[in-house]
Design a protein around this ligand. Sequence first.
Ligand code: SF4
Ligand code: SF4
Length: 274
Amino acid sequence: MASILIPVGILGGIALFFGIFLVISAEKFKVTMDERVEKLIDVLPGIDCGACGAPGCSAFAEGVTKGEYPVNGCKAGGEEVATAVAEIMGVEAEVGGEEVAVLRCLGGTDVAKRVADYNGIKTCAALHLLGGDKGCQYGCLGLNDCVEACPFDALVMGEDGLPYVIEERCTACGVCVGTCPRELFEIISKKQDIYLACRSYDDAKTVKQVCSRGCIGCSLCTRVTLGETVTMDGNLASVHWDKIDDNSILKPALEKCPTKTYIKRSELRGFKNA
Ligand code: SF4
Ligand code: SF4
């Protein structure tokens, strides 16, 4: 009997020791979940779109509590979510989307010359690899890659074969910027109403042969605007909004550009198919 009790007693002692050890360890090393994280998760959209830069809403919530993301960083949630997040964090939120995507191309089917018939895979990425089907090597290919990639349904393909931004939905997440193989999207300040809608670096002769609305690099816009607000980058004009912050400075460029390559965002709003 004693020969059984001894090993049982030893095992019991070991079990007790490890039990106490585990309880102490759990108490000592327990991860205290910041209760704000749970509250934040509750107010976030929960769609894990990644537009904020975090891999998902939970990661964003945790990052906000650690100061890694701003309280207004949830692009999908807009003002409502930013305000709720700020309230939980006990701070003031700067709300109201400040930026929007614009397409820097006016080469629709009625404007840009088509030089080839393409019957391959219907994506801009594939067509771009083959050089495109338009004469302009910089212009929009119109096969919807951006429209399909936009996580907020903020892009719609127009009848002219160019995508249009529905500004009310655009969160300036930049997915279209990274998607377009021709780098035709730019995120700009909503204050900037006038912008240059072209990215062609070709010379005037080449541009005129392939598109009636492309920048021909004449530099007139640099001369009718103040100081260094518009400069030339090779054959392409370059607008420095950070030095302007005022649409009236760009108005002469809008009016004088011989190819009407400057356009007003406000005139694109209310796109009829939106
Ligand atoms: S903007 Fe770019 S991604 Fe969108 S349709 Fe044109 S080429 Fe394709
Ligand atoms: S993908 Fe482009 S158009 Fe769509 S929401 Fe993001 S920035 Fe706006």
